[in-house]
Design a protein around this ligand. Sequence first.
Ligand SMILES: NC(=O)c1ccc[n+]([C@@H]2O[C@H](COP(=O)([O-])OP(=O)(O)OC[C@H]3O[C@@H](n4cnc5c(N)ncnc54)[C@H](O)[C@@H]3O)[C@@H](O)[C@H]2O)c1
Length: 207
Amino acid sequence: MQEIPKPTIRRLAVYYRCLERLEQKNVEKVSSKELSKMLKIKDSQVRKDLSYFGTFGRRGVGYNVKELKEKIKEILGLNKQWSVIILGAGNIGKAIARYKQIEKDNFKVVAVFDVDKRKIGTQITPELTVRSLDELDEFVKKNKPEIAVLAVPADAANPLAERLEKLGIKGIICFAPVTLTCSIPVEYVDITVFFKTLVHFISRGIQ
Ligand SMILES: NC(=O)c1ccc[n+]([C@@H]2O[C@H](COP(=O)([O-])OP(=O)(O)OC[C@H]3O[C@@H](n4cnc5c(N)ncnc54)[C@H](O)[C@@H]3O)[C@@H](O)[C@H]2O)c1
């Protein structure tokens, strides 16, 4: 399959969420027009995005919701469970560890690490107790988690990312406001970027 552009992949995750809702409501068919309306994405864009995966929609009939959802699930790599560790048991780290939707999407948080002695040993969820960062290398070598969430202060993020890459972590979700130097895939989450983008649109009266 040809390489799919990143913005398309992001939209696929949004289509997936929408298709899950439709399935829950027992909707069997959906057209690109309907998806377009629900998600405020141009119809032509929806059709182009879905055309990357061959033709599963039929003209005039639309897509079978379940089939399309399963296809997107496969493309996104959600058919297996992904093992996740969290670095930093602060506000963000704890919120992620407690966020149930992540598990529904097939991501399993298996450990949380911190350096703060007051936090180490405390319970975040019934299954997760904060571990000392000293246990990180041994834990990763033994349990082979694939994804790490960096919820640590900016200064701590890069050294940790380098260490995680060496340990074999495959990808990082980074909440720290820094650009990481490691060479594994990273997704950055910075709420301030959304605020700044939003005010641009508000101040120019753009919808
Ligand atoms: N992306 C966002 O929307 C957003 C919002 C707020 C904060 N942030 C950023 O996310 C990060 C976490 O924010 P927070 O509010 O949870 O901070 P926090 O201070 O509540 O938690 C950070 C935790 O990291 C721990 N820590 C420090 N060094 C560490 C290391 N080397 N290894 C493991 N743990 C370590 C600290 O002991 C603390 O428990 C910060 O970089 C912050 O700037 C992002």
